[in-house]
Ligand binder design. Structure first.
Ligand SMILES: Nc1ncnc2c1ncn2[C@@H]1O[C@H](COP(=O)(O)OP(=O)(O)OP(=O)(O)O)[C@@H](O)[C@H]1O
Length: 345
């Protein structure tokens, strides 16, 4: 069931030259976690604030739980939208205990707000800290209080602005997983903004990528990573190698060797074979499907990146196990586990 729908939403700030958000349309399904990603200034926060009602669009329509909450410049006020919000700095009240923080956002007519607040704090794993103040908690715990405050009133949608940016790298992996599990347990639909592709790839069910205010692609993490619709999306998620190739009836001739592949039949002109460093397998011997000269090996502890060159010096990078022994080798073999084919020109 669709919980949120945006139709051609646009926003231009009064002093700005360009639209911060331009012609953005998408739907979010009940229970889904959607990540909004894009480089700085791409419009992520503006889009989140438009959904929350903290900004007003110039054009477009937004539906939340089947109700039209925005139509052009007319919109339902933020406090009537049933939207839960977690801010980047958590925005907890410092002079209130964490229980009071969570109770604060609950509707006044609830029969037992204390019980709802306590149950929600338990749900986020904070059953022993009811009477502590925010400054007595770790960053990760404060974030869970902020999450509890946002979900306690049972919002139609939970919006989170850079929820992982204040956490150090060691904590991040654990917190991402905890937050994902809490959200899934409550069944709330969630949208979060991040500039970190790993946050998005590991936590979201789908990712929407923005560039200069325009939606480029909205898709599963795997599809965005493996089947990007354009070069911007592909490069946003890390390096892709390119090999120029000539199609024949049964495969592609490349400067590294011949690859048998049915897709070659669809092309008559030169093509580019595109693959990520981790989508190739490297062998510490020649005589494989493809062969190249080692240009450089970079060791990173948990993996190595091996740069290979063809006869003309064109290079590709391959990610491999840190244990593959490449010492004293100048030539190695490799194969492609997965690659995309695009016309070269
Ligand atoms: N209050 C404002 N007044 C004028 N322009 C603004 C305002 N807020 C944002 N902008 C502009 O709108 C565009 C989109 O900004 P926005 O903050 O939505 O991007 P973002 O993707 O969230 O960036 P970041 O990752 O840096 O937070 C940018 O060009 C920004 O300079």
């Amino acid at each position: 069931m669709t919980i949120l729908e945006l139709q051609s939403v646009e926003k231009k700030y009064s002093q700005a030259e360009n639209f911060a958000v331009k012609d953005v349309s998408f739907k979010v399904t009940s229970g889904e976690i959607l990540a909004l990603v894009g480089e700085s200034g791409s419009g992520k926060t503006t889009l989140l604030r438009l959904i929350a009602g903290l900004e007003h669009p110039d054009n477009g329509i937004i539906y939340l739980s089947g109700n039209k909450i925005v139509e052009g410049r007319k919109s339902v006020p933020s406090n009537q939208r049933k939207v839960g919000m977690v801010f980047q700095d958590y925005a907890l009240f410092p002079h209130l205990t964490i229980l009071e923080n969570v109770k604060f956002g609950l509707p006044k007519n609830l029969p037992d707000p204390e019980k709802v607040a306590k149950d929600t704090l338990k749900l986020v794993g904070l059953s022993e800290n009811f009477s502590k103040y925010p400054h007595q908690l770790s960053g990760g715990q404060q974030q869970r209080v902020a999450l509890a405050r946002a979900i306690a009133p049972q919002p139609s949608i939970l919006l989170m602005d850079e929820p992982f940016s204040n956490l150090d790298a060691m904590l991040k992996d654990q917190v991402r997983e905890e937050i994902r599990q809490i959200i899934k347990k409550t069944g709330v639909t969630a949208i979060f903004v991040t500039h970190d592709t790993r946050d998005a790839l590991s936590t979201a069910d789908r990712i929407a990528i923005l560039h200069k205010g325009r939606l480029q692609q909205i898709d599963s993490p795997r599809n965005l990573y493996e089947k990007p619709v354009n070069a911007y999306v592909a490069n946003f998620f890390g390096k892709r190698n390119e090999i120029l190739a000539t199609p024949t009836v049964d495969g592609f001739y490349t400067p590294f060797g011949f690859i048998a592949d049915e897709r070659s039949k669809q092309y008559s002109e030169k093509v580019r074979l595109l693959f990520r460093p981790e989508h190739a397998t490297l062998y510490n011997e020649v005589g494989q499907v493809l062969n190249g000269s080692i240009f450089k090996v970079s060791y990173y502890g948990d993996h190595q990146i091996v740069k290979l060159a063809d006869e003309d010096g064109k290079r590709v990078s391959i990610k491999t196990s840190p244990h593959l022994d490449l010492s004293n080798l100048t030539q190695v073999g490799f194969s492609l586990d997965y690659f995309e084919v695009e016309p070269a020109f």
